[in-house]
Design a protein around this ligand. Structure first.
Ligand SMILES: Cc1ncc(COP(=O)(O)O)c(C=O)c1O
Length: 430
């Protein structure tokens, strides 16, 4: 028997798992290739690979791990719920309690449904919006990721107001004819689109704060314009808060930013690290759903008791405002330090930080939309990523992803990360 190493774990995975990974972003193709680290377990702010190497984790599983890995409040709740049955298939009072908690935190979600992933939440929100409006078209913003269902795997076209083309093999070309992709933070192109195609659009899908071409804030007035223009055109606005929900404060970004969508999709954090999604809006819209209405959505695992228990435990923990304040302070220290280290090394970088989430782009800013994020230097990022990984810092293997500081990080991990960045920037300039 060979000892378990990252290398032989990777070889074994590639034999039985397509591409060796269960989600494509886990491969290292975008950062110069190489063997991904195979994780044995996580604890607090750390991950430990199968060879026993420790990493300070900023991937946070692409967002859900806000409390840190293996938080005892979550593991207790999970164990307790699992002992009572891991899936029930009939209603439970805990689902209602969880839905009540979400509605209290996000008033625009007057009624909601629990599903299993962010993809499902967005897919179902799009369907109910189409049922409510009786229209087929949707508008999304370039570079935003809303999950892997057909309608949203459509990339930016060659310019504003271009009807997109499907981006993934296996998505019928006819799908792209119903989806328009416009630039984020550009209300004029949305206005022009509605002028050209009135009365066609069911919904405009928007991440109110973008997390998928790095962290990007909406410019002042953009979200308000999206609402006004969409409503004038009879379209609904769907906020994808799968990343932003409970990220910066208890509740969603919409209340923090003072804007109210017609439908909201949640996922990631709200499950306390277990698979979950939720979508909801006004009673009138949600009344479209079967069996009261004609729009069908269902799920064997929807409202899963273990996910709901973990979600409730997570929401309890997040009610402590101090946690968010600490994460904010640590992320501010970290980004200030990274900026300084980059400057000392003569490396031009741009950092977009919102609370405990930020993206370090290689190149000059500002980064306000997908086009500017695309211009950032992927090769410089790849070298930085590999240098940091060798020094025990675990980042997402893509220049478009965020770093997430969790509530388990402390000043010690920030110091260690800054020392690693100091050495990595220097190494890049040798
Ligand atoms: C904004 C956004 N929406 C939806 C999704 C899809 O969520 P899931 O991976 O749980 O299906 C993601 C996943 O990264 C996301 O970032």
């Amino acid at each position: 028997m060979h000892p378990l190493t990252n290398e032989n774990a990777w070889k074994a995975a590639q034999k039985v798992i397509a591409g060796g990974v269960n989600s494509p972003s886990r491969r290292f193709d975008a950062v110069g290739g190489g063997t991904p680290v195979f994780i044995d377990h996580g604890e607090g702010a750390y991950l430990y690979d199968v060879e026993g190497q420790a990493y300070i984790d900023y991937l946070a599983a692409y967002g859900p791990v806000i409390l840190g890995h293996g938080d005892p409040r979550i593991t207790r709740a999970v164990a307790q719920a699992a002992a009572g049955g891991t899936v029930i298939g009939t209603p439970t009072p805990q689902e209602t309690r969880f839905a009540q908690r979400l509605r209290e935190a996000i008033p625009s979600m007057e009624q909601l449904r629990l599903v299993n992933t962010g993809t499902e939440a967005m897919m179902s929100a799009v369907r109910v919006a189409r049922a409510y409006t009786g229209r087929d078209w949707i508008v999304k913003f370039a570079g935003s990721y809303h999950g892997h269902f057909d309608w949203v795997l459509v990339q930016a076209g060659s310019g504003p107001s271009t009807i997109g083309q499907p981006d993934s093999a296996g998505v019928p070309p006819s799908v792209g004819q119903l989806v328009a992709t416009l630039p984020f933070n550009d209300a004029d192109s949305l206005a022009a689109f509605f002028e050209r195609y009135p009365n066609r659009v069911a919904a405009v899908l928007v991440e109110p704060i973008v997390g998928n071409f790095g962290m990007v804030m909406p410019q002042p007035g953009f979200l308000e314009a999206v609402s006004t223009l969409s409503h004038q055109a009879g379209a609904l606005v769907i906020y994808d808060e799968v990343i932003t929900g409970f990220r910066f404060r208890y509740g969603a970004a919409q209340d923090w930013l003072g804007v109210r969508p017609d439908l909201t999709a949640l996922g990631k954090i709200i499950g306390g690290g277990l698979p979950i999604g939720a979508y909801g809006g006004s009673k009138a819209i949600m009344a479209q759903l079967a069996p009261l209405g004609g729009s069908y959505q269902a799920g064997t695992f929807a409202g899963n008791p273990v996910s709901v228990a973990a979600g409730l435990a997570c929401l309890d923990a997040l009610q402590d405002r101090q946690g968010y304040l600490r994460v904010d302070r640590l992320a501010q220290r970290l980004t200030t330090g990274l900026q300084k280290e980059a400057e000392l090394a003569g490396e031009p970088v741009t950092i977009n930080r919102i609370g405990g989430a930020f993206t370090l782009y290689f190149g000059e800013g500002p980064i306000t939309d997908y086009a500017s994020a695309q211009r950032s230097d992927g090769e410089r990022f790849a070298r930085f990523f590999q240098g940091m990984l060798r020094r025990g810092i675990h980042l997402a293997p893509s220049k478009y992803e965020a770093w997430f500081v969790s509530m388990a990080h402390t000043d010690h991990e920030i110091d260690t990360t800054l020392q690693a960045a100091h050495e990595t920037f220097r190494e890049m300039h040798r």
